[in-house]
Design a protein around this ligand. Sequence first.
Ligand code: PEP
Ligand code: MN
Length: 443
Amino acid sequence: MVDVPSAHAVQSWRSLPAGQQPQWPDPAALDSAVATLTRSLPLVFPRECDLLKTRLAAVARGEAFLVQGGDCAESLDAVNATSISGSASTLQQLATVFGYATSLPVVTVGRMAGQYAKPRSATTETRDGVELPAYRGDAVNGFAFTASARTPDPHRMVRVYNASAATLNLIRAFGTGEQAGHGHALQRIRQFAASSPDRARYEAFTAGIERAGGFTGSDGWHTPGELFMSHEGLLLDYESALTRVDSHTGAVYATSGHLLWIGERTRGLDGAHVEYFAGIGNPIAVKIGPKTGQDDLLRLIDRLSPEREPGRLTLIVRMGASQVRAVLPGLVERVTAEGIPVAWVSDPMHGNTITAPCGHKTRRFDDIFDELSGFFEVVGGLGAHPGGVHLELTGDDVAECVGGGTGLTFDDLPARYRSVCDPRLNREQSLDLAFRLAELITA
Ligand code: PEP
Ligand code: MN
């Protein structure tokens, strides 16, 4: 059913400049890891990717809402049932809130089961006069600041594949279990509302959610347990080794995750990432930052979605609270004027990162909310559909972002900071954000 593709199908990117790739020190070790992955089973299947594409087509038409979220960087040490089910459950709770707020069915997608490679702004990191390669995610090297941990090891790609398979196995089991149901999500939302400083407002809102039940798509879909998997398709050795041909249709798919996105740093038109993504049939997304030019965006869309198939392309806007209202209108107007069917989604995290006095990267809840509000104002104001949110979050009780109902401060960060990369919203902060946005949408 899914075969290894012909060499050409997935190797054309190799002749182009590929940003953010590790310097693997040992070519024989790389060949061996790639050979292992090439022989490995697909993690996801073409028909699942096609189903997600039809779901995202509904988002692009304004008939559904996307909730996408999870870790900035998954870590091999955190592959445990508590963290995985916590993230999946938090996404389900957000989906329940947003379904009610928008009166639309919600498509739920994790930044999970493959989110192990990170782009970095600097190739090295210096501490106390010692300079070592930057941490590039557990698929490449280790987080510990030692020369051996930071040396890229291609065998890590195989470990990440296995961890992703185990994560997916758990998630597929949860999807059919009691935990995935509407009732469980509601119960967790009720607990959150009851303990929130905004209890009176949030409990009234929760009562509304309970009265409404779930929402059904135009063709009858409503699937609370359905959770698709996504990650940044950064590491091209990994992605191309897991690319397969669907023998029924001859179409090529990345089988490492249902949806892959291209990051803000690697979306160059003439680069290897765009070349690789143009060749796969999955639904894909692109991050767009505040410097995105209108003409460049149209060229990128032409390259990645030449057929303009609805659901194929999602644009994840990450401009920063201070820029979104100025930069986004022109882009939405151009894309809308061309009649291009894309889903517009807000990532209010990556344009709002600051450094706390303790040295940790953090984000202010209020900035995150401000960017989301700006996104809804701009996209909705232009008659397009604000199609969803893309968040870095966890169900674990971490302190990485500041603010929100429980009022986390810079002083709370050192004791409960677990992220190996960017700061995530914890469950309470995630729900707080969803409730605040829901109030805005329904106002
Ligand atoms: C990310 O999603 O973690 C990330 C690095 O985002 P961006 O490419 O938008 O900076
Ligand atoms: Mn991040």
